[in-house]
Design a binder for this molecule. Structure first.
Ligand SMILES: [Zn+2]
Length: 186
C-alpha cells in the first residue's frame, strides 16, 4: 500500500492540531506499519518524529468553496508539525508550525478572503497592514481634496484606488449618505 499525497477537504475555516493528529493516526497506522514494520507508539519520541514526518508528506489541506452552483477547490496547503514534551505525564504535545511565521500554534486558519493556511496572527496582520495603509492615504486625501485629482491620474494603482475611494466618500457626504463613513472611523 502506498501512502499518497491527498487533499483533505475541509469546510471549516479553522483546523485543529489535535483533530489532525487523531485523524492522521487512524488513517496512517497501516501505512506506518508497512513502512517501518512496527506499530506507532506515540509515547516513543523516535516514532513521534517518523509519524509527524509522514503526516507532513501526506496531508495537504484545502477548502471547497461553493458559490451558487459553482464549486471551486482552493489551492493545496502543506502542513508543518512539531511537538513539545509534556511536563505532567510522559508524552508529547503536538503543534502546527505556521507556514509563514513558523510560530507554534494549535490552530491554522483559512478565511474566506484567502487561500493560505496560516496562523491567526499572520492573517490578521496581513489584513490590518493593508487596511491601515490604505486608510491613511484616503484620510489624507479627505483632508486635502485638491490632491484627489493628482492621485487619480498618478501611475500608482494604490493612489488611483485611494482617489476613487475618497471621491466616492465625498460624493456620499454630498448626497447625505454618511453611513459608510462609520466604518472608516472604527
Ligand atoms: Zn503565522
Amino acid at each position: 500500500m502506498r501512502y499518497d499525497k491527498k487533499a483533505i477537504v475541509e469546510d471549516q475555516q479553522r483546523i485543529d492540531v489535535g483533530q489532525t493528529i487523531r485523524k492522521g493516526y487512524l488513517e496512517s497506522t497501516g501505512a506506518f506499519r508497512n513502512l517501518y514494520k512496527k506499530e506507532i507508539n506515540l509515547k516513543n519520541e523516535a516514532d513521534v518524529n517518523q509519524f509527524i514526518q509522514m503526516l507532513e508528506k501526506s496531508v495537504s489541506i484545502n477548502q471547497t468553496r461553493t458559490n451558487g452552483s459553482i464549486s471551486k477547490d482552493t489551492k493545496l496547503n502543506n502542513i508543518k508539525l512539531t511537538y513539545t514534551k509534556s511536563n505532567l505525564k510522559k508524552g508529547f504535545i503536538f503543534w502546527f508550525k505556521c507556514n509563514r511565521c513558523d510560530r507554534r500554534v494549535k490552530h491554522l486558519y483559512m478565511p474566506e478572503n484567502s487561500e493560505e493556511l496560516l496562523c491567526r496572527n499572520c492573517h490578521r496582520l496581513a489584513y490590518k497592514k493593508q487596511n491601515t495603509k490604505m486608510d491613511r492615504i484616503v484620510t489624507n486625501l479627505l483632508k486635502n481634496p485638491s490632491l484627489i485629482d493628482v492621485y487619480g491620474r498618478s501611475n500608482s494603482l494604490k493612489q488611483n484606488l485611494a482617489a476613487l475611494e475618497a471621491s466616492m466618500l465625498i460624493e456620499n457626504i454630498r448626497s447625505g449618505i454618511i453611513s459608510n463613513i462609520k466604518k472608516y472611523n472604527e
